[in-house]
Design a binder for this molecule. Structure first.
Ligand SMILES: Cc1cc2nc3c(=O)[nH]c(=O)nc-3n(C[C@H](O)[C@H](O)[C@H](O)COP(=O)(O)O)c2cc1C
Length: 188
C-alpha cells in the first residue's frame, strides 16, 4: 500500500497578468515531480471557470472537484496582496468541501516585500482548517520574488530547492499517513 502513487496537485492562487508566483509554482511542481511515487500537476485558477454571480458549492466545477477528490494532498502557491490572499483563490477553494476532508495541505507564500507572504500563510491557515484540510508545519516563503527569479523564470537563489525539499518530505509523510487513516481508521 505504501508504494501506491500519491496525487498532489499544486494550485496557483492568482490570475494577475505577469504574476511572478507562476515561477514559484513551476519550481515547486518541478521539485515535487522529481520525487518517486508522486503524480502532480499545476492547477492554474486562471484556467478555471469562476462565475462571480454565486458562491460556494453552487459554483462547483466538475473538473476541479474531481481533482480535489482524487488528491491525497495539496500545495497552494499564493502571492500576498495587501497582506491577504486573492479573493479568487478563496472563491475556488469554497467551491468544494467534502473533497478536502482529512487531506494534507501546505502553503507557498510569495511576495515582493521581505516577508515571503507570511501574512497570507497566517490568514489562510484557519480557512484551510475549516475546509477539513490538515496543515503541516513547514511553509515555503519566496521573499523579494522579483529578485529570486529572472524575467524568464530562471531561479537566481540556489537555497530554494533545499528549503522546498524539507517542505515536500513533510507533506508526503503527512499525505501517506492521512491516506492510511482515511482508508483504515473509522471515525467513532
Ligand atoms: C493588489 C496588490 C497588492 C499587493 N500587496 C502586497 C503586500 O501587501 N505585500 C507585499 O510584499 N507585496 C504586495 N504586492 C506585490 C506582490 O507581492 C508581487 O506582485 C509579487 O510579485 C507576488 O505577486 P504576483 O504573483 O502577482 O506577481 C501586491 C501586489 C498587488 C497586485
Amino acid at each position: 500500500m505504501e508504494d501506491r502513487i500519491l496525487f498532489i496537485p499544486i494550485i496557483l492562487g492568482t490570475t494577475r497578468q505577469g504574476r511572478k508566483s507562476l515561477h514559484a509554482a513551476h519550481l515547486v511542481t518541478s521539485e515535487l515531480g522529481k520525487r518517486s511515487g508522486i503524480e502532480t500537476e499545476l492547477i492554474d485558477i486562471a484556467n478555471l471557470p469562476l462565475p462571480t454571480n454565486d458562491a460556494g458549492e453552487a459554483i462547483k466545477y466538475a473538473g476541479f472537484s474531481a481533482k480535489m477528490d482524487r488528491a491525497d494532498a495539496l500545495v497552494i502557491v499564493s502571492p500576498e496582496y495587501n497582506h491577504g490572499y486573492s479573493g479568487l483563490l478563496k472563491h475556488i477553494l469554497d467551491s468544494c468541501l467534502k473533497e478536502y476532508i482529512h487531506k494534507a495541505v501546505e502553503i507557498v507564500g510569495v511576495s515582493a516585500g521581505p516577508f515571503g507572504g507570511v501574512r497570507i500563510v497566517q490568514n489562510l491557515l484557519p480557512v484551510l482548517r475549516e475546509l477539513g484540510l490538515v496543515t503541516i508545519f513547514w511553509d515555503v516563503n519566496f521573499s523579494t520574488v522579483q529578485k529570486t527569479f529572472d524575467i524568464d523564470g530562471k531561479l537566481l537563489d540556489d537555497t530554494y530547492p533545499r528549503r522546498i525539499s524539507k517542505f515536500l518530505s513533510e507533506l508526503i509523510w503527512m499525505a501517506k499517513t492521512l491516506r492510511y487513516g482515511r482508508e483504515q481508521i473509522a471515525l467513532e
